[in-house]
Write a protein that binds this ligand. Structure first.
Ligand SMILES: Nc1ncnc2c1ncn2[C@@H]1O[C@H](COP(=O)(O)OP(=O)(O)O)[C@@H](O)[C@H]1O
Ligand SMILES: [Mg+2]
Length: 228
């Protein structure tokens, strides 16, 4: 469902006319329902790669195929549609709206047009998902009243509310303590199975990687490995 073909990415640089080459030559195939972890040290280009996969950024060279469609051929409106409907994002910081309740936060991505289900169905799904991660008692609380781990669980559910095909997580446990990190890792794996969503996690944490599944390593702009 996702394929990267010789993807490269350079950022402009004041010092170097050719720019800084963060990604050199990345080829990758991800099948539906797979879970993949990409590890690499800080600054190795993990976020850059994930943003390209998630159509938040474009590669300098190479192709990104999503369900066989080359993202380079799509305009901003079509890309926004894919980002909203097909892809869920989880970041290191939860980015929840502080003035909204937990339930309202989860429903935010459903406010954009092109709804596939009724408001009542969507709300039921939100409540059911929040219940499944132990947050049923917190529906009308504000993010400020939750622990870091609980907030990140809300962010994960928000990412899944539109039933995306692909869930992308960038250092999802980066600001959590060890126990909360393990809980989030286990939750991602569980949802990968129960929601049949393809999962790609990038992290510098090897502990997290080992829990989630197939691990690849990003180093010097190249992707290597195949250890599970
Ligand atoms: N928008 C940008 N403009 C210029 N350089 C960038 C930009 N984003 C990232 N970089 C550089 O690209 C490299 C990789 O960054 P990043 O993808 O954030 O790595 P990671 O997520 O692995 O820490 C870093 O050297 C960073 O400074
Ligand atoms: Mg990063």
């Amino acid at each position: 469902m996702l394929e990267l073909v010789h993807v490269g990415k350079s950022y402009p640089s004041a010092r170097d006319q050719d720019g800084v080459r963060v990604l050199k030559d990345i080829s990758l195939k991800v099948e539906k329902g797979q879970s993949l972890v990409i590890v690499g040290p800080s600054g190795s280009g993990k976020s850059t790669l994930l943003n390209i996969i998630g159509a938040l950024d474009r590669p300098t060279s190479g192709q990104v195929l999503f369900d066989g469609r080359d993202l380079a051929g799509l305009d901003e409106t079509e890309l926004a549609r894919i980002r909203n409907r097909q892809i869920g994002f989880v970041f290191q910081l939860h980015h929840l709206l502080p003035q909204c309740t937990v339930l309202e936060n989860v429903l935010v991505p459903t406010l954009a047009g092109g709804k596939r289900s009724s408001a009542a169905e969507t709300r039921d799904r939100a409540v059911e998902l929040l219940d499944s991660v132990g947050l049923k008692e917190f529906l009308v609380r504000r993010p400020g009243e939750l622990s870091g781990g609980q907030r990140q669980r809300v962010a994960v559910i928000r990412a899944l509310i539109n039933r995306p095909k692909l869930l992308l997580a960038d250092e999802p446990t980066g600001s959590l303590d060890r126990e909360a990190s393990e809980n989030i890792a286990d939750l991602l794996i569980e949802l990968n199975r129960s929601e049949q969503v393809t999962l790609i996690v990038v992290t510098h944490s090897l502990g997290l990687a080992g829990r989630i599944g197939h691990v690849m390593e990003l180093r010097e702009g190249m992707l290597t490995g195949g250890s599970s």
